[in-house]
Design a protein around this ligand. Structure first.
Ligand SMILES: C[S@@+](CC[C@H](N)C(=O)[O-])C[C@H]1O[C@@H](n2cnc3c(N)ncnc32)[C@H](O)[C@@H]1O
Length: 252
């Protein structure tokens, strides 16, 4: 059960919470002949879903999302939100989150502290090729390209919207960064001296196998927040309290 993708976990949680709320409604009706309003039922369903999410140890932002999900739908219905808005919102999510369902890597962005820490690990005074695997909006290579004129910077991203935004950003800012719309699994990592990834724990085992098989000896593999199994990092840069904000680097 715990290995289900978070999206399927959430679907299960919402369905189970719906069933439990309906059951509770039935149970309360017979002895107390109490008929709750729809919004009350939605809040109860939300509370049950949030509790289940917490019990299932989903990341901290999921319980509040579960809590507001059904009440938000009710509110939107009452406010007469037109149906095309839902379709537009769905399409927007698809364009940004694309294959997260398969890769189990959603889009969330690293910050300037992390970029500075990556910069501290890069070679100075010698040419190198750097790639951000899953480059999101391109923040990492944009930042580094300005500071390392001797470097060649690449980003690869599968989700269409972040990729397009990065491409346009690079074009209008005349940046040297090259953005590809490719799954990093199809790349040969031997083409790069520094490989950076900020993905998810689910993505690390396969990526580490790929890195070990392809990366040249002496090249650098950097991961923000997520460790690999079987080899301790050669460098750790702590960005803040807690492992989520640590940068790990391995010399291959
Ligand atoms: C956590 S975000 C990191 C974004 C960016 N690197 C940063 O630090 O701000 C991970 C990104 O990787 C992308 N991604 C996930 N799997 C991928 C794959 N196999 N190939 C290319 N991109 C992928 C996702 O679409 C998402 O935008």
């Amino acid at each position: 059960m715990a290995r289900l993708p978070v999206s399927l976990q959430s679907l299960t949680i919402q369905c189970v919470a719906l069933l439990l709320a309906a059951l509770l409604n039935r149970l309360l009706q017979s002895p107390f002949s109490y008929q709750p309003a729809l919004w009350q039922l939605a809040l109860v369903q939300g509370a049950i879903a949030a509790g289940l999410s917490h019990l299932w140890r989903q990341p901290a932002w999921w319980p509040p999302l579960h809590f507001i999900f059904l009440p938000a739908i009710l509110l939107a219905r009452q406010a007469g939100v037109p149906a095309w808005i839902y379709l537009a919102a769905f399409l927007l999510l698809v364009l940004f989150y694309w294959s997260s369902f398969r890769t189990r890597v959603p889009l969330y962005l690293s910050d300037r502290k992390a970029w500075q820490a990556v910069a501290s690990l890069l070679p100075t005074g010698q040419a190198f090729r750097f790639i951000d695997l899953g480059s999101g909006l391109g923040g990492v290579p944009f930042y580094l390209a300005q500071r390392f004129p001797q470097g060649l910077f690449y980003g690869t991203e599968t989700a269409p919207a972040p990729w397009l935004i990065s491409r346009l950003h690079a074009k209008f800012k005349r940046s040297r960064v090259t953005f590809m719309r490719r799954d990093y699994a199809t790349l040969d990592l031997a083409d790069f001296d520094v490989v950076f990834a900020f993905l998810s724990p689910a993505a690390m085992p396969a990526l580490w196998l790929q890195a070990q098989a392809q990366m040249r000896s002496g090249s650098l593999f950097i991961s923000l927040s997520f460790l690999v199994e079987g080899r301790l990092p050669d460098r750790e840069v702590s960005l803040a309290d807690g492992a989520r904000h640590t940068l790990y680097a391995w010399r291959m």
